[in-house]
Design a protein around this ligand. Structure first.
Ligand code: GDP
Ligand code: CA
Length: 334
């Protein structure tokens, strides 16, 4: 069974860890299980958050996916490594190196040093991500992680301060200013000229089911959808696309997706988020307290959508997958 998912960082990673857990717990206990039942998961990760810090290339969403699916994430934060120390950052601060608003632990630094070393040798990001995926045991779990593109792309935010507009890196707006600086719009440098990384479009076209985790619809999934060819591949895919709302009770569970939606002029509701995907979405999960969007051709399910544990995330991901498989069977028999 080939599943393709588009993912940002924490929301995407927790959902996909749940999906893998769901697949393991429902797998036949005895040997002889049908090979075609085995989950082959391709994850297309957002690289719009990528930033160069201290001369090192940092890919926050890709790394959150690696650390979470690989079992090395700091559980409380949802990003970064468990059992971290911060000696390098402390020494950089003592040197007066900037910026000091982005937290990087020592083990995390090693990822960025190695990635920058390989990129510097001319290796494309997708090949670097392959290396890092091997470090984290992703292939053994049936997971292939692809960056959305090998082209350097950066999300910037046009903010207004003291009556003047300027563009700052998304991370500066999100981490340093906690999305509190009034944002005019998002500008994604390099996106229109980017090409999808090898395997991305085929993974969408050839999947049995495509899943949209509850990642930020604007600055995670919205950015991936902006890579030339991705949206067309979703529209043309034979696989049903099933998404999960990142809003519970009309509010993001964490982060500032509400601010992002307002910035692009979209209402903060699960129905409005589904509307952003209306040209290809076949199934949509909303939380029990949220109104059900009513759109022709869209199958909506109500489920508890809080990923309070791996089990809860597995229940949620399992419901999304089952809906996708049902819609696929219905299409096949139509
Ligand atoms: P980021 O790149 O680290 O911000 O992570 P993503 O873009 O992948 O996911 C962020 C989104 O995940 C936010 O908009 C949250 O509302 C959503 N999210 C986080 N935890 C949960 C949860 O438990 N349930 C649901 N439904 N959404 C969640
Ligand atoms: Ca992100």
């Amino acid at each position: 069974m080939r599943i393709t998912a588009l993912a940002g960082g924490v929301g995407g990673a927790r959902f996909l860890r749940g999906l893998l857990h769901h697949a393991r717990r429902t797998a036949p206990q005895t040997s002889g299980g049908n090979d075609s039942d085995r989950l082959e998961l391709t994850v297309v990760g957002n690289t719009g958050d990528d930033i160069t810090l201290f001369g090192l290339r940092v890919c926050p969403d890709i790394d959150t996916l690696l650390y979470t699916l690989g079992g090395g994430v700091h559980e409380g934060q949802g990003w970064g490594r468990a059992d971290e120390t911060h000696h390098v950052a402390e020494e950089l601060a003592a040197l007066g190196a900037e910026p000091q608003w982005f937290t990087l632990g020592d083990k995390d630094f090693a990822t960025h040093v190695h990635r920058s070393q390989l990129l510097g040798q001319g290796m494309p990001l997708s090949a670097v991500v392959d290396r890092l995926s091997a470090r984290w045991g992703l292939p053994e779990q049936g997971v292939r992680l692809l960056p959305m593109t090998d082209t350097p792309v950066e999300t910037h935010v046009v903010v207004e301060e003291a009556g003047e507009q300027r563009a700052i890196h998304f991370q500066e707006w999100w981490v340093r200013h906690r999305a509190a600086l009034p944002a005019e719009r998002f500008v994604v440098a390099g996106l229109d000229r980017a090409t999808a990384a090898p395997g991305v479009l085929d993974a969408i076209r050839e999947a049995d089911v495509v899943l949209l985790p509850p990642s930020n619809p604007v600055v995670s999934i919205g950015i991936i959808l902006g890579v030339p060819g991705v949206r067309d591949a979703l529209r043309g895919s034979r696989a049903p696309v099933v998404g999960v709302s990142p809003l519970v009770g009309g509010r993001p569970v964490r982060g500032h997706a509400d601010v992002c939606l307002r910035t692009i002029g979209v209402e903060e509701s699960s129905a409005a988020v589904a509307g952003l995907y209306s040209d290809f979405l076949a199934g949509w999960l909303v939380d029990e307290d949220d109104p059900m969007p009513d759109r022709r051709g869209l199958e909506v399910l109500r489920r508890p959508l809080l990923m309070s544990s791996v089990e809860a995330a597995a229940d949620m991901a399992g419901a999304a997958l089952d809906l996708g498989l049902r819609l696929r069977a219905e299409r096949a028999s139509a």
